[in-house]
Write a new protein. Structure first.
Length: 328
């Protein structure tokens, strides 16, 4: 056979394979199609100026909710707000500033929300950070652990009164299927792992904490009408590779564009678990692609979940008064 013909066949095979894989990945995405209306409801999404959080907020705004964009950066959040109002015609969208890497900021933020908002029907713990250097926050906690677990933990507890008042209400925490490779070192929660793969591992550990937290939270909220579930958004094209510098990072960016889902698609499981009437009353569960999935073993270990909760209370210095929300 002639060389050009072989080359052509090879190229066609490659293109066909890419299209097939892409089709397979896209087919797997389940889109939330519930018609739930959110007029009269208030929703709060952390990290909602961009990505999955933004698309979640946009969807809730379309459904008529009062939307609270809980973000760290005022300017970026205002931009997101303008875009959402413009796209949906719903002007009941507000920006509130909170920095999960500061316990002070969280306490100030939740105090204001608790005092000024009449209700809270849906809380989406969406904000989190990916790989980062092993640094510590102003509170002396590991930045990844605080941003992804200790911060959302405290924020949720301090909003429980309002969620209970608005019951039936829902708490949705964005975890990841990477939780399955995570490990909980209960006596050493605040220390980053510290090896070459540490950054990814630290992240997985925090995502596993989200699941243990969800299990224990659901248990504590039993009979209150407030549900707590966790979701995995899928492999999503995030913007962490804006300007890839090396060849391999460029390749990674191209393959992410090809195979990973858009942030709009990535928001679907968060939206489904937040609004779908099909799962009313379901709590303590983990959802992937809008389907209930088993939690990793450690997140089913009641003893470990309780211990993580108690340790987390210590790390965020939860006061006796703040613990009251689970009493009544
Ligand atoms: C929230 O506000 C209510 C009063 O509306 C108050 O009883 C409760 O203690 C507050 N909760 C927190 C965590 O500040």
């Amino acid at each position: 056979m002639e060389a050009w013909l072989i080359t052509l066949i090879v190229i066609l095979c490659v293109i066909f394979t890419i299209l097939f894989v892409k089709y397979y990945f896209v087919m797997k995405i389940k889109w939330d199609n519930s018609a739930t209306c959110l007029v009269g409801k208030t929703v709060l999404i952390t990290g909602s100026n961009i990505g999955i959080g933004y698309n979640t907020a946009l969807d809730f705004a379309k459904r008529g909710a009062r939307v609270i964009l809980a973000c760290r950066n005022q300017e970026k959040a205002e931009d997101a707000r303008a875009k959402i109002v413009d796209a949906t015609g719903n002007s009941n969208v507000v920006v509130k500033i909170v920095d999960l890497s500061s316990l002070n900021s969280i306490r100030k933020f939740t105090k204001e929300i608790n005092e000024t908002e009449e209700r809270l029907d849906i809380l989406v713990n969406n904000a989190g950070i990916g790989c980062n250097d092993h640094s510590y926050t102003v509170d002396g906690l590991s930045l990844t652990m605080q941003s992804n677990h200790f911060g959302p933990f405290l924020l949720t507890i301090l909003l429980i009164d309002l969620l209970k008042k608005s019951s039936p209400s829902r708490i949705v925490t964005v975890s990841s299927d990477l939780a399955f490779i995570g490990k909980i070192n209960i006596n050493d929660l605040n220390r980053p792992v510290g090896t070459i793969f540490a950054k990814a591992l630290d992240y997985s550990n925090t995502k596993l904490c989200n699941l243990l937290f969800t299990t224990e939270l659901a248990k504590k909220l039993d009979t209150t009408g407030v549900t707590a579930n966790a979701v995995h958004p899928g492999a999503v094209q995030t913007d962490f590779l804006k300007q890839p510098k090396t060849f391999w990072l460029k390749m990674l960016k191209i393959s992410m564009k090809l195979f990973y889902r858009t942030t709009e698609a990535g928001a679907q499981t968060s939206i489904y678990v937040s609004v779908s009437k099909d799962i009313e009353g379901i709590t303590g569960s983990f959802y992937i692609d809008c389907k209930k999935t088993s939690m990793p073993r450690s997140a089913q270990n009641a003893d470990l979940c309780r211990k993580l909760w108690e340790k987390s209370e210590e790390f965020v210095k939860l006061t006796a008064e703040e613990k009251q929300c689970f009493k009544h």
